[in-house]
Ligand binder design. Sequence first.
Ligand code: 1GP
Length: 271
Amino acid sequence: MTNEESWVLAYVCDRSGGTRHAILIDPADQSAEVAAKRCVAAVSAGSRMILVGGSSGTDTDNVHDTITAIREALELITWASSQDSSLDEGEWQVPIILFPQGAAALSPAADGITFMMLMNSTSPRFLIEEQTAGAPFIREAGIEALPMGYVICAPGGRAGQVGQASLIEAEDDERVKAYAMAAESYGFRIFYLEAGSGASHPVAQNLIQSAKEACDLTLVVGGGIRDGKTARLAAEAGADWIITGNLAEEFDDADELHQVLTQFINEMNGA
Ligand code: 1GP
């Protein structure tokens, strides 16, 4: 991973290659060692980014330990690949990005951070206060901030509750468009539609389409996506990134997870 400024933002916002998959690791749900194994399986299956964070139960210690373990595992494989001309070294070079619940769950070991405004929160804490509390640490640690508008759609789950979100319902197309326009006007580069981890249903396709029409930002969609066909629908609606969290947590066996995610990514890409 190079340390050039804006490398991570350029990578995340590169929309030239179609929809990509990212795995979300919640350090509250798994040990650092297990997280690292799951990330190796995911990256070998074609996942192109690793997000680390969760709505509750994360702190600086478990976030830092998890990121460090993932980085070490990927670096080891990158090194091994560089020694073997039949393996593609570049395949392992994916960014590890903080996806924080707040200022108290950060780590200097990350390549970047989704520096987000929870735009439909009713609490100033998630609109600006946590961001302000975390900004000096992020600057000091040299973590690249990825400016992002984050909106939570129904059902919203724990993220909606913790973030005190006024949820966007499936028929609120005009509202999601307005948020997308506001995100673009703020200069954010990424717009994230979240249904909540473990959601009974993902973000409605029409909301994804509406957001896509309303802004020219990198569009990220996550929450309640459990199979490749559902991911395909989100991709067709305009998602540039599909995020899954729970899916990987169902598999302790790395080979099985590799197979499941390979199929998921193939289906997401319409293969
Ligand atoms: C990331 O909250 C999602 O946007 C993850 O959701 O755990 O349901 O995949 P799942």
